[in-house]
Design a protein around this ligand. Structure first.
Ligand code: ADP
Ligand code: MG
Length: 245
């Protein structure tokens, strides 16, 4: 199936000093595709996510979003960054703002929406993540799973073309993981383009169109989930899977 590319990385290289943290990365994520990125700790998964958003600079290669090269800096970069939402392991909500304010804030600042319009949109999105009743609470009054769903609503409020998730359930107590994964599954079914770094192999099997396996800064495998899990080609992937499954 040929899909229209949304995120394209070509021959991307990044160093932290001597450390060659991303090596010749080629990755295409099509519109509506869900790509799960897995790999050992330190393999460069978080760096890859931040690089897609240009939260990190790269030393060589190109990154395109919807056919356009990512600008290096300035207003154009801020605009493009708003097109790709990010959800982190730590939810990064504003502790002294309500749930509704957390979801509305950037809509007013970045998307220049009026307050009433952004609040209306925020309530819609809170309803979508199952938190309509919690709009006026503060983050500390919510469970970790609920806070992460607020963070997802906040990312969606920017009407992003794609969402990046960096281990969104790793900081959660086990009983809260599923409520977050279910919201992500629903987004996937609704056609959202997603890059998801996760160790949740159940999610990878059911929601991913492709699994990208990284090790030592390289993409070692990039395959359909069933192929990857049943016939990993590389020794690195076999070794990794034997440890986590
Ligand atoms: P992963 O998310 O797969 O665990 P990371 O992308 O966080 O891996 O890190 C990849 C490598 O880059 C690791 O060796 C890590 O120590 C290193 N690294 C990450 N961030 C920085 C940084 N800001 N400065 C220097 N080294 C870093
Ligand atoms: Mg990481």
């Amino acid at each position: 199936m040929a899909v229209d590319p949304l995120i394209e990385l070509r021959d991307v290289n990044k160093y932290y000093g001597e450390l060659h943290v991303l090596q010749d990365i080629d990755l295409t994520v099509g519109k509506g595709e869900v790509v799960v990125v897995i790999g050992p700790s330190g393999s460069g998964k978080s760096t890859l996510c931040r690089t897609i958003n240009r939260l990190e600079t790269i030393q060589s290669g190109t990154i395109r979003l919807d056919g356009k090269p990512l600008p290096e800096e300035g207003k154009a970069l801020a605009q493009l960054r708003a097109e790709v939402g990010m959800v982190f392991q730590s939810f990064n909500l504003f502790a002294h703002k309500t749930v509704l304010q957390n979801v509305s804030l950037a809509q007013v600042k970045v998307r220049k929406r009026k307050k009433e319009e952004s609040d209306r949109r925020s309530r819609e999105l809170l309803d979508r993540v199952g938190l309509a009743a919690h709009a006026d609470k503060f983050p500390a009054q919510l469970s970790g799973g609920q806070q992460q769903r607020v963070a997802i609503a906040r990312a969606l409020a920017m009407d992003p073309k794609a969402l990046l998730f960096d281990e969104p359930t790793s900081a959660l107590d086990p009983e809260m993981i599923n409520e977050v994964l279910e919201v992500m599954q629903q987004l996937a079914r609704d056609g959202m383009t997603m890059v998801v770094v996760t160790h949740e192999m159940g999610f990878a099997r059911t929601a991913a169109d492709r699994v990208v396996f990284m090790a030592d800064g390289k993409i070692v495998e990039d395959r359909a989930p069933e192929d990857f899990f049943t016939h990993p080609e590389s020794e690195r992937a076999r070794d990794f899977l034997s440890k986590i499954l």
